[in-house]
Design a protein around this ligand. Structure first.
Ligand SMILES: Cc1cc2nc3c(=O)[nH]c(=O)nc-3n(C[C@H](O)[C@H](O)[C@H](O)COP(=O)(O)OP(=O)(O)OC[C@H]3O[C@@H](n4cnc5c(N)ncnc54)[C@H](O)[C@@H]3O)c2cc1C
Length: 503
């Protein structure tokens, strides 16, 4: 008898989504992540929840429609993490003709579910605030609706939901060997300790490590795979936080410039083939210059490579690099041989369709276990149990309840924790009630919550992934945070009970 029904290798978006889906269907699930949840490709996505306008050019009507339906699902189940935003494409006479963009957007609106977001429109940027950040020559722009997501917090929220439904989420747990018979027998180095885990089925969701996990852990011959790298840059804020600009570059690529945290702008994406260690994915100097040049064609404020505060890159495996659908939807391979425990392998795919991908993957196991029907499209993620239209009301309520918060602070906290903010801040009446402060934003209470409930172990887990506060935090505050977290994990701070396993 195996301890678990399903073991998942990899705590990126694919891994946690499968773990959530399977745990909610009643399976006993364990997820093994060698580092921190979402620390690889899943925190380097373009942060878009969208139908993918460019897919219309490739006649991907059904794909766009399915992705737009998923956009509605995300707004319903994660209204704190997924935010409707207006996307603006400045009309550039050298690129796609205006009639093509206009008709593409009409089709995009038509494909979106009816209860959706505001329709597209043509705007005169010379008399519209969206023109403020743009260079003068642009007279017209096309505006349409899509959504932005906090990708790394989405991974955490999905993992937290999986844990609340019984999944055993283990971070700092590297699977080093998997032996297959009627069940899987996994050898795991779990925070320095060797453990053996047994499971009836296995999911390999190890992203850019997929081939090496197949070869060295599962001892199987991997299929022909390529690894692609995604690269983006972060610069100081160039425009209003409620807009995403979509630039048509001269190579026909669409470059997105979107708000990143409160005070920064993320510009991407450039995709390239990648060879090397997926744990150290970095961006080439030429790619930084490419993205700066693309932005400088459109924005009035010039940016140079020296203005880049951070680069955001990740890599993932793709089965067929020439196929855009393989990149977008990902690929799931199912291997069930007589007398052998089943194996599912997940390759890449985007954020928008990740829930659907996981649902379909888990459904492949239905012949092997009794399991309840699909459920993830309607169940809110932790903190997401309010209507998307109520987001501002949640911010107002937070300002009213915790009067020491500024509006901007309340907005950040609601966007991160939604209705769970209550658990983070509790009955605090003043800032002092929240324990030590690490800079202007981060409190001891929030750190304790992240350590106890969201698997944060190191400062970067909090400063880069569970928030973006690392972009503005001083070295002194960072050191104080590291000391506080070390004391918490040794149990020497009473109010902050360490949790080796959150949930
Ligand atoms: C070039 C490129 C373009 C992309 N474009 C888009 C886009 O336009 N839109 C979009 O939404 N998304 C895009 N993505 C997708 C996105 O970045 C991720 O692919 C997606 O989040 C799914 O990630 P994952 O879970 O497969 O992998 P990852 O997030 O990389 O997770 C894999 C995890 O497995 C863990 N792991 C590996 N080996 C082991 C082991 N032995 N034991 C335990 N753990 C292990 C790793 O530590 C890692 O955390 C793109 C990705 C790439 C590479």
């Amino acid at each position: 008898m195996a301890e678990y029904d399903l073991a998942v290798i990899g705590g990126g978006l694919n891994g946690v989504s499968v773990a959530r889906d399977a745990a909610g269907r009643g399976l006993r699930v364990v997820l093994l992540e060698q580092g921190d949840l979402g620390a690889a490709a899943s925190s380097a996505t373009p942060r878009l929840i969208h139908g993918d306008l460019s897919a219309l050019e490739r006649r991907g009507l059904f794909r766009v429609r399915a992705a737009l339906a998923e956009r509605e699902v995300w707004l319903r189940i994660a209204p704190h993490l997924v935010r409707p935003v207006r996307f603006v494409i400045p009309d550039h006479s050298d690129e796609r003709p205006s009639w093509l963009l206009r008709s593409g957007l009409l089709l995009y609106d038509w494909l979106a579910p009816r209860a959706g977001l505001p329709a597209s429109q043509t705007i005169d940027v010379t008399h519209h605030p969206v023109g403020n950040a743009l260079k003068r020559p642009f007279g017209t722009a096309f505006e349409y609706s899509d959504c932005l997501v906090d990708d790394s917090r989405l991974v955490i929220a999905i993992a937290a939901d999986a844990a609340e439904r019984g999944a055993d989420i283990r971070t700092g747990a590297r699977c080093v060997r998997a032996e297959r018979s009627g069940i899987w027998r996994l050898v795991v180095i779990d925070r320095g300790h060797r453990r053996v885990i047994t499971a009836r089925a296995l999911v390999n969701a190890s992203g850019a490590w997929t081939a090496s996990v197949m070869e060295t852990v599962l001892r199987m011959k991997p299929p022909k795979l390529s690894v692609s790298r995604i690269s983006q840059i972060v610069v100081r804020r160039l425009f209003d936080p409620e807009i995403v600009y979509v630039f048509q570059n001269s190579d026909r690529r669409l470059i997105f410039a979107s708000p990143y945290g409160r005070d920064f702008t993320l510009i991407g994406t450039a995709g390239h083939a990648f060879r090397g260690d997926p744990a150290i994915v970095s961006m080439a100097v030429g790619e930084v210059a490419y993205l700066c040049d693309a932005a400088n064609r459109y924005f009035r404020e010039r940016i140079d490579p020296s203005d880049v505060i951070r680069t955001v890159s990740g890599a993932n495996a793709v089965t067929d690099p020439a196929s855009r659908s393989a990149k977008r939807d990902g690929t799931v391979r199912f291997d069930a041989r007589r007398g052998k425990a089943p194996l599912l392998t997940m390759f890449g795919g985007d954020v928008t369709t990740s829930r659907l991908r996981a649902e379909r993957a888990v459904a492949r196991l239905a012949p092997f276990y009794p399991m309840s029907p699909r459920w993830t499209a309607t169940a809110a993620l932790p903190g997401g149990d309010f209507e998307c239209s109520q987001f501002e009301a949640q911010v107002d309520a937070a300002c009213e309840r915790w009067r020491f918060l500024s509006e901007a602070q309340a907005r950040r906290l609601v966007a991160a924790y939604g209705s769970r903010l209550d658990i983070v801040l509790g009955h605090a009446k003043s800032r002092a009630d929240l324990g030590p402060a690490f800079g202007l934003e981060l409190s001891g209470a929030e750190v304790c919550y992240l350590m106890a409930k969201e698997w944060a172990r190191f400062p970067d887990d909090i400063l880069s992934r569970r928030s973006k506060l690392g972009l503005t935090m001083s070295p002194g505050d960072r050191e104080a945070l590291a000391a506080f977290m070390a004391a918490c994990s040794q149990g020497s701070i009473d109010s902050c009970e360490p949790a080796t396993r959150a949930g």
